[in-house]
Design a protein around this ligand. Structure first.
Ligand SMILES: Cc1cc2nc3c(=O)[nH]c(=O)nc-3n(C[C@H](O)[C@H](O)[C@H](O)COP(=O)(O)O)c2cc1C
Length: 200
């Protein structure tokens, strides 16, 4: 008798980077989760403002520890999840033309994974057979032409370090009030579709 095994379920890690709970990027992320979950993906959501994540001190402890950060806080578990999961969505509003402090602090702590990748020459993704993909959701109050440029550059650099292909953006200008995004003509539908897109 041949043995039949189900293909492994994709694992999607959704990272909420806004300190305003239930606000615009949270709503968009929840829609994306609904879209992905409907396609059978295993989803975990983390809320950065609920976690204890200290800023990187550039102590180079991660070089001495061969890619392990010496700061013992919630980033240790997140490092592991950033290696174990296959799909990623970071949702952060624009604060002063960049991502939020919560998001940037988390990304800076990925310097330990930078060491693992570039100095130790070790793989970051633990599921070798599954291509890793990531997306970025953001909103800002204004409509400046360069509103998302700085954040996209940061996210691009982060995903590159994580060996994640940066495949999708949902970037919506002109969104400020607490539930403004719910009144936007296409935003919620687009977020749902982005979640579906991350499920394949
Ligand atoms: C500290 C701070 C800085 C902000 N900086 C900008 C900015 O540079 N450009 C902009 O368009 N909106 C800026 N905003 C507005 C937020 O991006 C906007 O309110 C957004 O909808 C918040 O998303 P959230 O509900 O997911 O937290 C800023 C808001 C705060 C609190």
């Amino acid at each position: 008798m041949p043995e039949y095994t189900n293909p492994p379920r994709l694992k999607l890690l959704c990272i909420a980077g806004s300190p305003r709970r239930g606000g615009n990027t949270d709503r968009l992320l929840n829609e994306a989760v609904a879209g992905a979950a409907g396609k059978g993906v295993q989803v975990k959501q983390v809320v950065l403002s609920d976690l204890e994540i200290a800023p990187c001190q550039h102590c180079d402890g991660c070089i001495q520890m061969q890619g392990r950060c010496v700061i013992e806080d919630d980033m240790q578990d997140l490092h592991q999840e950033l290696r174990e999961f296959d799909r990623f969505i970071l949702a952060s509003p624009i604060f002063f033309m960049g991502i939020t402090a919560q998001s940037k602090t988390m990304i800076d702590r990925c310097q330990a994974l930078w060491v693992m990748k570039y100095l130790m020459k070790l793989p970051i993704g633990l599921n070798k057979d599954i291509p890793r993909k990531g997306a970025f959701i953001s909103v800002g109050a204004t409509s400046y032409g360069n509103l998302f440029d700085g954040s996209k550059a940061t996210v691009n650099s982060w995903y590159k370090t994580l060996d994640v292909e940066y495949t999708a953006n949902l970037l919506i200008p002109g969104i400020d009030d607490y539930n403004a995004v719910s009144k936007h003509p296409t935003a919620m539908k687009d977020a749902f579709a982005l979640g579906q897109q991350m499920a394949v």
